[in-house]
Design a protein around this ligand. Structure first.
Ligand SMILES: [Zn+2]
Length: 111
């Protein structure tokens, strides 16, 4: 492994990877706090940083069929959530291109 470029977000309110503590998302990027992940509560973000995408797959979620990619911390490779690539139901289209971070896999820093 070479040196990894890590993007730092402006504070004060930043979510960090729980495992290696690199920045994951800014508080300002939250779209909704009312989501459910694999491990409980989850947040929807319009932008996250320092992640890599897993393979594209179709997944049946509580709100219907979606095409998603799991997202992994680019620093420690832990799975942090997923990205919505495509929603098949019109009412869910707003999620396309947005990201879920599992609350249990990120740390809040600065508040
Ligand atoms: Zn990490």
């Amino acid at each position: 492994m070479g040196l990894l470029f890590v993007e730092t977000l402006p504070g004060p309110k930043v979510f960090k990877c729980k495992f290696c503590k690199v920045d994951s998302a800014s508080h300002d990027a939250i779209v909704s706090k009312d989501f459910h992940g694999r491990y409980g509560r989850a947040y929807l973000f319009k932008k996250v940083v320092n992640i890599s995408l897993g393979p594209t797959e179709d997944r049946q979620l509580m709100t219907g069929l979606h095409t998603v990619n799991d997202i992994y911390c680019s620093s420690c490779q832990q799975m942090l959530g997923w990205r919505y690539e495509k929603a098949y139901c019109d009412s869910q289209k707003y999620k396309e291109g947005k990201y879920i971070l599992e609350k249990s896999r990120v740390l809040k820093e600065g508040w």
